[in-house]
Structure formats: C-alpha cells, structure tokens
Ligand binder design. Structure first.
Ligand code: PGA
Length: 244
C-alpha cells in the first residue's frame, strides 16, 4: 500500500501512527530502525508521542539495518551514535534491548553471522527502511541478491558521496559497511518504506513500478506481503500505479 502525503511532516505522522499501532498490539515488539535524513521527522514524532504518554516503549527492542566498517558506537559518525541520539535515548530503549551491528568488530564476518542469528531469533515486527537514489535498500547496493543475509559490503561511490558525514572528506568516509541483507529485511513482519523529495522519485518508480530486479535492490519490497510506502508527492511523482 502506498500512502501519499502532502509534506514530510505528514509522512512522519503517518509512519509514527503505523509504528504506534504495532507497539500497541505487541508492547514487546522489535522495531528495526533505519538511519539517514529521511526518518528523522518520524523519530522526532515518536519521541513526542512517548513524552506525551501516547506510546509505551518500555518493553520494546530495537535493531539496526547497517553500520560503517571501522566505526564503533562512540564514533560520532557511526549509525550506533545516530540511533542513540535520535532513537534509543529519546524512546528510553536501554542498551540491553538494542542490538546494533558493531562496525568495529575484529571479526566482521563473525559479527554479521551473530547479527543474522539474532535477527532470526528475535523476529523483527516492523522494519523502517529508506531508499537510496540508486535504489539501494539499507546498504544493499545494485546487484545485491534478494536472498542475501547480513554481510560486509562495498559501498557504491554515489552512496559514499550521499552519506558523506559533515566535515569529513570522501577519502575518510568508510568504503565498506555491514548491512542486513535483502533476505534479512524481507523477513520482518511489516515493512515501512519512507521516501521524501524529488531526488528519490526515480528510485521509487524503479522500486515499485518496474519488474523486480536486483539492479534496483529496493524493488525486492514488492515481494513483501505487508508493505506500507509513505511517500510525498515529489518522491511519488514518477509512480504510475497504486497511489492513493
Ligand atoms: P537518506 O538515505 O534518508 O539519507 O536519504 C536513505 C538511504 O540511503 O537508504
């Protein structure tokens, strides 16, 4: 289902409503949190809802989608730091209920295997995802297998440029990451895909309107039985179908 919204704020409200519904049905739900610019409005809204006592996160757990290789949770550019700042602290999710990928693990393959096993054990109730301009899903770049599991990947140059943390040079931006695979992501019970802005319109059309193809990793979401896409008009501008 595609929910077309007039503004990023309305999109954040819609997505927060969906997440709240999952939490109310299952207070001990496991929620998968994306990073990046797109979900920040959603995370502000979730924090507001918690402050106002509308949603109780005290029994919920959190998982991440991906992490840069080499960056530990203390590193300000790590996704662990992002999630602590925007999600875990504001929602009061304690460290022992947040299982994040360790980009500073000495054995990265073992860390990926650990994470995949943890995801399979936990079973993610709702996974929030964004979409890259090149159609990537988490850090599954074009060409990634749809049955792929958590693993170490090389980042596409355009992804490194898009995610360039402020004040850092491209040379210092990690070239590799750990990421949930598309197969891992598709196992979540519900998927909420957020896309805002004209820069995402081509990728969103390729993901939703074209035949599924590994050239557009996000097209794998068409395989998911419980998908909600929340998109603004700019991101949805090139969609032909299923917009309401
Ligand atoms: P963004 O990233 O939210 O910063 O645009 C989305 C993505 O690359 O998946």
């Amino acid at each position: 289902m595609i929910e077309l919204v007039d503004s990023v704020d309305t999109g954040a409200d819609r997505a927060a409503h969906l997440i709240a519904r999952v939490l109310r049905a299952a207070p001990d739900a496991t929620v998968g949190f994306a990073t990046g610019a797109t979900p920040l409005g959603l995370y502000r809204r979730l924090a507001d809802d918690r402050r106002q006592g509308r949603v109780d996160w005290s029994c919920a757990s959190a998982v991440a989608l991906d992490e840069y290789v080499g960056l530990g949770p203390q590193h300000p550019d790590s996704f662990a730091a992002y999630l602590a700042q925007h999600v875990l602290d504001p929602l009061g999710i304690a460290a022992d209920r947040a299982d994040l990928l360790r980009g500073d693990a000495t054995d990265l393959d073992a860390e990926c295997a650990r994470y995949e096993a943890a995801l399979a054990r936990t079973s993610v109730d709702v996974q929030i995802v964004g979409i890259g301009r090149n159609g990537h899903l988490a850090f599954n770049e074009p060409g990634s297998p749809f049955d792929g599991l958590t693993r170490v990947v090389e980042l596409a140059p355009e992804t490194r440029a898009a995610n360039l943390p402020s004040l850092r040079s491209l040379e210092k931006t990690p070239a590799r990451a750990l990421t949930q695979g598309i197969g891992s992501i598709l196992r979540a019970r519900h998927l909420v895909l957020l896309a805002f802005g004209a820069a995402k319109s081509g990728a969103l059309a390729a993901a939703l309107d074209s035949p599924i193809d590994t050239a557009c990793p996000a097209s794998a979401v068409q395989l998911h039985p419980s998908l909600t896409v929340v998109a603004d008009r700019a991101a949805a501008a090139r969609l032909r179908t299923r917009v309401r």
